[in-house]
Design a protein around this ligand. Structure first.
Ligand SMILES: [Zn+2]
Length: 296
């Protein structure tokens, strides 16, 4: 761990050796630093450079630290009143879909966890480290298993591309909070939860998560048509509109991009033989096993 006493020695470093010593500190830091970095007490230029080092380290968060931070965000969500569904069958159902998708993820080594949030809003989100959430409202709105799988695979795409980590980093820089936030896992978790749960993702992040999600869906032998089909369904006018539309922007353009990617992209077993049950297209079975169980 890098501590403040080691950093404070920077102020006594003579100019000719200063940069070399800083480079050594950077090397030590990148080898040994964990999320619990103490804030720097150094000359202003040293502060700035050290903050740059911290940001770099946060961008290259180890998988272990990423999972640990995700667990803290999960606790944070629960402590702020997010309720998880206690229906064993529904949880099992969503976890089984998620686990069918995991082997096709580019980060299949992550300990993926799939949670059902008891909430009537139609929404889904992911933090990092394999933590994916869908609401009971979303399960109720979907027509079949492939549509649920398309949302989960999209969220896995965000995790693959480490979008939330990049968003947190950007938020810290914009708010000038680098040295006060890094090293404070609780504060990091607060920012992460706010970004993941309440703020819209960037347009490019959405397109990227769609591309990754579509690939995961296809490689898991679900019907890929379910992804644009569910988005089209959500776009139909209904009340105030699902939360999913505000937290996942640019849906009309994404539908077009997905249609085009499906038309020109590789196929899977479901294109040749769209069996209702194995491709996740059995609306009737979904109605009786999932939708009827959900009280929202
Ligand atoms: Zn998204």
């Amino acid at each position: 761990m890098l501590n403040s006493s080691r950093l404070s020695s920077k102020s006594s470093i003579s100019r000719p050796n200063w940069l070399r010593r800083l480079v050594s500190l950077v090397a030590i830091a990148s080898l040994t630093c964990t999320l619990t970095i103490a804030s720097a007490q150094a000359v202003p230029i040293g502060d700035l450079l050290f903050q740059g080092v911290q940001i770099m380290q946060f961008s290259n968060l180890s998988q272990r630290d990423e999972v640990q931070l995700a667990a803290q965000m999960h606790d944070n969500l629960l402590s702020k009143g997010t309720r998880l569904s206690t229906d064993f069958a529904i949880n099992r159902y969503v976890t089984d879909i998620g686990q069918r998708l995991v082997p096709s993820s580019r980060r299949s080594g992550l300990p993926f966890n799939f949670f059902v949030v008891q909430d009537k809003s139609v929404n889904a989100f992911a933090t990092m480290g394999g933590y994916v959430y869908v609401t009971t409202g979303l399960l109720k709105a979907a027509d079949n298993e492939a549509q649920v799988a398309s949302v989960i695979s999209h969220e896995m795409g965000h995790i693959e591309k480490r979008h939330l980590i990049a968003q947190i980093k950007q938020s810290m820089i914009t708010r000038g909070l680098v040295s006060t936030i890094l090293g404070n896992n609780s504060a990091l978790a607060n920012i992460g939860v706010d970004l993941a749960f309440n703020r819209p993702r960037g347009r490019e992040d959405e397109f990227q998560a769609d591309r990754e999600g579509l690939r995961i869906l296809r490689d898991s032998n679900y019907a890929v048509s379910a992804m644009p089909a569910f988005m089209r369904k959500l776009l139909r006018p209904r009340g105030n509109g699902p939360t999913f539309l505000s937290t996942h922007p640019a849906i009309p353009d994404r539908v077009k991009a997905l249609d085009s990617a499906i038309k020109s992209g590789p196929t899977n077993r479901c294109d040749a033989n769209p069996r209702l049950s194995t491709c996740g297209l059995d609306d009737v079975a979904y109605q009786s096993t999932v939708k009827q169980r959900i009280a929202i």
